[in-house]
Design a protein around this ligand. Structure first.
Ligand code: ADP
Length: 253
């Protein structure tokens, strides 16, 4: 959608759980939106409700109050216009790379030719050409996450959601993948239109995002939405970079 309308609107949503008859508020009055070409990170301390919020956005959970709209309509589970990359990769070990990438397409009724074509396109796009028939056990952590990414992109999503996608990876692999995500996102010929990523790493958020939704915990609330106007590629060694990291850190602690 490039008519300037928001892709995603999170409007005053809250989420509570009940434990031993007592209400336990996890998220309180969360409001923000995403538009075409946005790369937004949600940061906050562990347990502040980041994953819960992302699950609500993709329709896997429901807010207790408030609304979440995707392209102007209430979100619905398994909407192929939104796809998700998980920290744990979430691959099926008994399926090959191609079969794992084809899974979402198959679930949405794509025929064998379309599945094959899209799987190949995105396996190549994430740098896994030649590994089409490999099984997850034959791949490194970084390669497994590339499969997770190819599977998400194969749906041609408008919105790509990622939940701590790099935190199970070693530092060097994580940094390579961050750069590659940016390259993919900057490529106008490839989806998605916007990216929403949850991370506990402030450094990672400042490296990647145009805007950062900063949450505090118990219950998770938006303390500030920062617009990071650093030019790309961003350099962690520059004072402006760690100025941003310090600024966001000071909002959380
Ligand atoms: P984060 O991703 O920021 O680490 P989560 O969204 O995973 O935080 O969890 C936020 C809080 O909500 C945690 O205290 C967690 O225990 C609680 N929580 C999450 N899901 C459930 C659930 N299904 N039932 C009860 N409590 C939950």
């Amino acid at each position: 959608m490039s008519d300037g309308a928001p892709i995603l609107q999170v409007n005053h949503t809250s989420r509570s759980y009940f434990e031993n008859g007592k209400e336990f508020e996890v998220l309180k009055d969360i409001t923000f939106e995403l538009r075409d070409r946005d790369f937004v990170c949600i940061v906050g301390p562990s347990g502040c409700g980041k994953s819960t919020l992302l699950r609500e956005i993709v329709g896997l959970d429901k807010p207790t109050s408030g609304e979440i709209l995707f392209q102007g309509q209430p979100v619905r589970p398994e909407d192929p216009r939104m796809s998700m990359v998980f920290q744990s990769f979430a691959l099926f070990p008994w399926l090959t790379v191609t079969q794992n990438v084809e899974l979402g397409l198959e679930a949405h009724g794509a025929g064998p030719e379309e599945r094959k074509g899209k799987a190949k396109k995105y396996i190549d796009a994430v740098g896994l050409a030649g590994f089409d028939n490999a099984f997850p056990r034959e791949l490194s952590g970084g390669m497994k996450q590339r499969v997770g990414l190819a599977r998400a992109l194969a749906m041609d999503p408008v919105l790509l959601c990622m939940d701590e996608p790099f935190s199970a990876l070693d530092a060097l692999t994580a940094q390579n993948l961050r750069d590659e995500i940016l390259q993919l996102w900057l490529n106008p010929d490839l989806p998605p239109s916007a990216v929403l990523m949850v991370t506990h790493s402030i450094d990672e958020a400042v490296y990647l995002a145009d805007r950062i939704v900063v949450l505090t915990s118990r219950p998770g609330k938006v303390v500030k939405i920062e617009t990071v106007d650093l030019p790309r590629p961003r350099n962690r060694k520059e004072p402006e970079f760690y100025g941003w990291v310090d600024e966001i850190y000071s909002l959380i602690v």
